[in-house]
Design a protein around this ligand. Structure first.
Ligand SMILES: Nc1ncnc2c1ncn2[C@@H]1O[C@H](COP(=O)(O)OP(=O)(O)OP(=O)(O)O)[C@@H](O)[C@H]1O
Ligand SMILES: [Mg+2]
Length: 308
């Protein structure tokens, strides 16, 4: 069963078509929701939580209709919204305890302490939320999203404002929560290398429709998103000619010192290149992917869309 499923969702804001027949599917696990600014991610998330009503189409979370059953969905789903509002006069601890009581959590005080520790905010538990920095607010939002023992956590750009260590820790935490407690995640983010670390599934949205979605490994096979950069020392020209003749290389571009290869079969490529370099008695100075798999898929899909 899909954790999230929508069919033909349409949402207008006045004349603006925010969602244009969105067919989203999200399986169990850690799943990414990616697309350019204004593509419709936040609008979709609001509809999934029953905060917004779609003009047309259907939306289900755990098989429950998002508008009809929004109360139950919000009880089972933890969420970090894009621009959440908090009571500024509350301390972090008091606010989270208040939320914990709302969710009727057992031993709310120790639960809140544990969560504050998890998001590295224990040190600020007695400070007023109004005095928090942007990253501290983000951490508070994450703790809040996890408070009610959710089965699914929806995060709308969770790492915006987090410092580099905070980002790494969050990714590690998400991985752990799925692995150890089976909590599903649906994460909208523009930081593709980060998502790539943890997501097994990606849904790609552009202009209010899903342009493709699937397991990242399957998408990678379909779009062959691998682009490698090479730098060699020695007689480059024969090497470049040889590269362009290889059947597992789609295209070879030369950009100054850099040789950029669009690769069809990454496994064979990585195995063969060092051998070919040795054959031509060259020195390999650089041999690395230009960008990650998700970025490769995204570039292909979103660029293609724009050029159509
Ligand atoms: N309350 C609103 N009133 C009017 N237009 C809106 C409203 N909310 C969203 N829109 C419009 O709907 C479209 C989708 O916006 P949405 O916020 O869902 O995009 P997004 O994918 O979350 O973008 P971002 O990556 O920038 O967060 C945009 O054209 C936006 O201007
Ligand atoms: Mg958004």
């Amino acid at each position: 069963m899909w954790v999230v499923k929508t069919r033909g969702l349409v949402k207008f804001f006045g004349d603006v078509v925010a969602l244009d027949g969105l067919d989203l599917r999200v399986p169990k696990g850690v799943c990414g929701f990616i697309g350019p600014n204004g593509a419709g991610k936040t609008t979709t998330i609001h509809i999934l939580l029953g905060l917004l009503k779609a003009d047309r189409g259907e939306a289900y979370v755990f098989g429950l209709d998002c508008w009809e059953n929004s109360y139950e969905i919000r009880r089972r789903v933890g969420v970090l919204l894009e621009n959440p509002g908090y009571p500024k006069g509350f301390t972090a601890e008091r606010y989270l305890e208040f939320i914990a009581k709302m969710y009727e959590v057992n031993q709310p005080k120790s639960k809140v302490k544990g969560l504050l520790k998890d998001v590295d905010l224990l040190w600020a538990r007695n400070r007023k939320i109004g005095e928090f920095s942007a990253g501290m607010l983000q951490r508070l939002g994450l703790a809040k999203a996890l408070i009610g023992e959710p089965e699914l956590v929806i995060l709308d750009e969770p790492t915006a404002n987090l410092d580099p260590i905070g980002r790494l820790e969050l990714m590690e935490k998400i991985r752990e929560l799925w692995r150890d407690r089976g909590i599903n995640f649906f994460i909208s983010s523009h930081i593709l290398p980060e998502l790539e670390e943890i997501c097994t599934w990606a849904s790609i949205i552009n202009e209010g429709t899903i342009v493709d979605q699937g397991f990242v490994t399957e998408l990678a096979k379909k779009y062959e998103p691998y682009v490698y950069e090479l730098e060699v020392e020695g007689d480059r020209d024969v090497f470049i000619k040889r590269l362009s003749e290889l059947n597992f290389v789609e295209e070879v571009l030369v950009e100054g010192n850099k040789i950029v290869c669009k690769v069809k079969d990454v496994n064979i490529f990585c195995k063969e290149i060092p051998q070919i370099v040795a054959e031509f008695a060259l020195t390999l100075r650089k041999f690395q992917p230009s960008y990650g798999v998700l970025m490769g898929i995204y570039r292909r899909l979103i660029k293609n869309e724009k050029s159509n």
